[in-house]
Write a protein that binds this ligand. Structure first.
Ligand code: HEM
Length: 509
């Protein structure tokens, strides 16, 4: 085995000793990035390991990630297959999940397509959707704050459903659909993601594949219904501008290969913005509860700049403190702590070491965000590192920086995240709106009066969110409470009126 291992595993790099087949998977806790990060402190910015029969190279140094994943993107931009998804790489015609696709023609086509949609989503093109949904959320939180986690994720889902199909009503299904895919693809999901041979058992002996076939069928049918529904409305002239309408208007000129590809591409684009926005928002709330001096600073800034109204995207340049708190939330509790793995397409040599074709490369964001030279006192929440000269990460002008765009959290090279602007915009309006409306606090035990602690732990999916926790949303004043109500009632009436007018105009044509 030792001889085989020497010939086939990345050599010239340090790394923990190996055990045949399962390698190191038995060592890993559920939040396995913590163990990977611990090894990076021991073995350095690039090390090798072997898990579930595959070679892994773990990178925790940004300059090494840049050398390999950006400068050598030509060979470092494939994706490993997700064992418990059917054709996750779309090498055999599934065409479903853009972020998981191999570096193939389908990926080239869909990436270009998604890029054109997401870059068009500039502040003007969102048409106030984000602000509208924040008003709805604040109103709901006044009466049902116990279920804040659901409402926040549902808010993010509503924004995505409106952008994609101009219809926020099916946001709960989209959220469920997102959760289904996320758990299916994550290492802590079905056992077949770790004990991969089980996946190849015949169907009658294979509950994992059977349940995946059902999940996938439901998801595809849901996305297809959305596209068909949009087409019906569009044919009747009743579909307002949205991504589905753009797709339908292009018809045969669309770069996508008809509705089989179109329904997945649209569905996936809506789905990917649910937990990526909903998760960090909940972490931001924890940061504000645990660092109330920063909550007060955000509120002072918002009150000064927005003069009594919730922030909009137009206030972006004037809210550096809010942006610093959001950015520090990403650094403190990386939303995708392991990064998304890349797969190497050809043998390569780096710094005297050999990395064989097929190696999975993990850009370990959790560890990168704990680089003490770049981020002094990394375990603690310090938004001032983005705002005050003297910190290594301070950058001006403050009308532009801090920005989360370009952070290593969004990945590397030609596979880097396409939703960076959308995420930034969504979080400024959402976190800003929450600060405008509420003082956020620990919940206390009604009997003892003791604070109910919030766990620092997160879920272990690829995209994380805090474990369920309790908190209090206290309206900042009676007047603010009344404004939250009137803002929503006005916005809702305006939306209803605009939709009616659009339908009336459509029927008169
Ligand atoms: C907290 C927010 C988000 C984070 C941290 C994040 C992170 C990531 C990461 C790490 C990747 C893989 C990059 C790589 O392979 O190196 C990725 C890919 C991607 N992201 Fe995001 N993302 C976020 C939000 C979004 C949103 C809101 C959208 C769209 C609405 C989006 C769309 C995509 C797409 C389409 C890809 C696939 C790119 C490709 O494979 O070529 N992301 N994202």
């Amino acid at each position: 085995y030792r001889r085989w291992n020497k010939a086939n595993s990345p050599w010239g790099f340090p790394g923990p000793g190996l055990i045949p087949y399962i390698g190191h998977v038995h060592d890993l806790p559920e939040c396995f990035w913590l163990k990977l990060a611990e090894w990076s402190y021991k073995y350095g910015g690039i090390y090798k390991t072997r898990m579930i029969g595959w070679n892994f190279v773990i990178i925790s140094d940004e300059s090494i990630a840049n050398d390999l994943l950006v400068k050598r993107a030509k060979i470092y931009s494939d994706r490993p297959a997700v064992p418990s998804l059917i054709d996750s790489k779309s090498n055999h015609g599934m065409l479903s999940y853009l972020p998981l696709m191999g570096r193939n023609q389908a990926w080239v086509r869909q990436r270009k397509w998604a890029h054109s949609y997401l870059t068009q989503s500039s502040a003007i093109k969102y048409k106030g959707i984000m602000e509208f949904e924040v008003k709805r959320l604040l109103f709901i939180l006044l009466s049902d704050s116990e279920k804040f986690s659901f409402h926040i994720e549902n808010q993010a889902s509503k924004v995505m459903c409106t952008l994609a199909f101009d219809d926020p009503s099916f946001s709960p299904q989209m959220r469920m659909s997102a959760w289904g895919l996320l758990t299916q693809m994550s290492p802590n999901g079905p056992i077949t993601n770790v004990l991969t041979p089980l996946w190849h058992l015949p169907l009658f002996l294979n509950p994992w594949k059977r349940s995946e076939l059902v999940r996938r069928g439901i998801q595809q049918a849901f996305w297809m219904d959305l596209l068909n529904g949009a087409r019906e409305k569009w044919q009747a002239g009743q579909l307002r501008p949205c991504w589905a309408r753009q797709y339908l208007e292009l018809g045969d000129k669309s770069p996508l290969l008809g509705d089989f590809e179109g329904h997945s591409a649209l569905g996936m684009l809506a789905l990917v913005g649910v937990f990526t926005v909903g998760g960090p928002t909940q972490t931001y709330l924890i940061a504000m509860i645990q660092n109330p001096e920063w909550m007060v600073k955000c509120q002072e800034e918002i009150d000064r700049i927005c003069e009594g109204r919730p922030p909009t995207l137009h206030d972006y340049g004037n809210l550096p403190v809010l942006r610093a708190c959001i950015k520090e939330t990403f650094r403190w509790r990386s939303p995708v702590p392991t990064g998304v793995a890349h797969e190497l397409e050809a043998d390569d040599y780096y710094r005297g070491g050999f990395i064989p074709k097929g190696t999975r490369v993990i850009p370990l964001d959790w560890a990168m965000m704990r680089n003490k030279a770049k981020y002094p006192d990394p375990e603690n929440y310090h938004p001032e590192r983005w705002l005050e000269p003297g910190w290594p990460t301070y950058k001006v002008p403050l009308t532009e920086f801090p920005t989360i765009k370009g952070m290593s959290s969004f990945g590397w090279g030609i596979r880097a995240c396409l939703g960076q602007t959308l995420t930034q915009d969504a979080l400024v309006v959402l976190c800003g709106g929450l600060m405008w409306a509420f003082n956020v606090k620990h919940k206390t035990d009604p009997v003892t009066g003791a604070i109910i602690p919030i766990s620092p732990k997160t879920t272990a999916e690829v995209i994380t969110k805090p474990l369920p926790f309790e908190m209090v949303f206290e309206p900042r004043s009676e007047e603010r409470k009344a404004t939250i109500v009137s803002n929503w009632l006005e916005a809702e009436a305006k939306d209803t009126k605009e939709r009616h007018e659009f339908l009336r105009a459509a029927s008169s044509h």
